[in-house]
Design a binder for this molecule. Structure first.
Ligand code: NAD
Ligand code: UFG
Length: 348
């Protein structure tokens, strides 16, 4: 089976690529490298070569908004007698802050890019899609755990593009109930790294997110962690989130493909998280315990747009996909730290 993996060079995509190739899928990665390094592809190959695996990976440097490139990928695969059967679509922009200052760019890349992809899939009769949605669509609510029927109310352009894409799926699926198989996976907070230490998260510039900030404090790239508020209505006053090991998250995509094989057609919106909530202080404590590194911090005002608590109800993913997250918070810290010490400057 051949999978088109858009955004396959990014943080989440690179981990999915390894799992797909290990499972014997042919993979075509389409990535414009606007937010990732071509070295990621070299690392993926290195990992598979080290394991002596026979794999088929092709990488195309291109933009999902470019219809000609999409056409060419689908046509070339048909000519090779190995058409694309499934698309895993991760290519997109993900910065909340950037989306506030440049919303049209987010609508263009995320929404128009996805529309372009869906048009192409329809044209070449490829009807299976796994999509990277986000818990950010649940907005400012902190009534937890959040199930898929939780109110949708995104508060920033980034979140609104994810909702628009999900709405596009509704309309498309309802127009042809017998063809499409779509799983829109709503990720909570993916963290950690591949246990090999060959691939991991490499944010450009100063990290916005807690986990990469902590590993950069531990390695000395950042001096201290700013904690955004210790007066939230939580057990220790700091924000609670649902941190899921990146490999557990990646496995959810393979489980979705397995699910497609057992159904005629579907449109499912599915949370992927650990189902557990941890506070910022708990994360720091676990990281210090697992790695022996001290994380100095300073308490700051709350960050705009944050909520006190967000964690997932993952019963749907468990029941429908037969998927369950297996890796502990300790494993997250160990693998994230292993990646950071082996790659103090990321991919360089
Ligand atoms: P990432 O930035 O590391 O990966 C995205 C990849 O897409 C990058 O390699 C980038 O170069 C590529 N890309 C961007 N625009 C493109 C375009 N127009 N054409 C082709 N390639 C393009 O991000 P990630 O963390 O791996 O996230 C992947 C997806 O998951 C994104 O759509 C993101 O919105 C979604 N998501 C991420 C998180 C998270 O916390 N990381 C949470 C929820 C949802
Ligand atoms: N935090 C700090 N200091 C930091 C960074 C974060 O104290 O330097 C705190 C935040 O206030 C929050 C928690 O750590 O309480 C987690 O923050 P992150 O920025 O790591 O994650 P968020 O839950 O705020 O947001 C992330 C992505 C969103 C995505 C959401 C759900 O940035 O785009 O997860 O998937 F929508």
């Amino acid at each position: 089976m051949r999978v088109l993996l858009t955004g396959g060079s990014g943080f989440i995509g690179s981990h999915i690529a390894i799992l797909l190739l290990e499972r014997g899928f042919d993979v075509v990665i389409l990535d414009s490298f606007v937010n990732s390094s071509p070295n990621v592809i070299i690392r993926i190959k290195k990992y598979l070569d080290n394991k002596d695996l026979n794999y088929k990976l092709e990488t195309i440097n291109g933009d999902i908004r470019d219809k000609k490139i999409l056409d060419k990928i689908f046509i070339d695969c048909i000519k090779e007698n190995k058409p694309i059967n499934t698309v895993i679509h991760l290519a997109g922009l993900k910065s909340v802050y950037e989306s506030l200052s440049n919303p049209l760019h987010y609508w263009d890349v995320n929404v128009f890019g996805t529309l372009n992809l869906l048009l192409t899939m329809k044209e070449y009769e490829c009807y299976s899609l796994v999509f990277s949605s986000s818990a950010t669509i649940y907005g400012l609510s902190d009534s937890v755990p959040m199930a898929e029927d939780h109110t949708i109310s995104p508060i920033n352009p980034y979140g609104k593009t994810k909702v628009a894409i999900e709405n596009m799926f509704y309309d498309l699926y309802n127009s042809n109930l017998n063809s499409w198989k779509i799983c829109s996976l709503r990720y909570f907070n993916p963290v950690g790294a591949h246990p090999s230490g060959l691939i991991g998260e490499d944010p450009i510039g100063i990290p916005n997110n807690l986990f990469p900030f902590i590993t950069q404090v531990a390695i000395g790239t950042q001096k201290l962690l700013n904690i955004y508020g210790d007066d939230w209505g939580t057990r220790d006053g700091t924000g609670i989130r649902d941190y899921i090991h990146i490999i557990d998250l990646a496995e959810g995509h393979l489980a979705s493909i397995d699910y497609f094989n057992s159904t005629e057609s579907c449109l499912e919106f599915i949370n992927l998280g650990s189902g557990k909530g941890y506070s910022v202080f708990q994360i720091i404590r676990q990281f210090e315990l697992s790695t022996g590194r001290k994380i100095p911090f300073s308490i700051q005002d709350r960050r705009d747009g944050d909520v006190a608590k967000s964690f997932a109800d993952i019963s749907k993913a468990k029941k429908l996909l037969g998927w369950t997250p297996k890796r502990s918070l300790e494993q997250i810290c160990l693998d994230g730290w292993n990646w950071q010490i082996k790659n103090p400057h990321g991919y360089g």
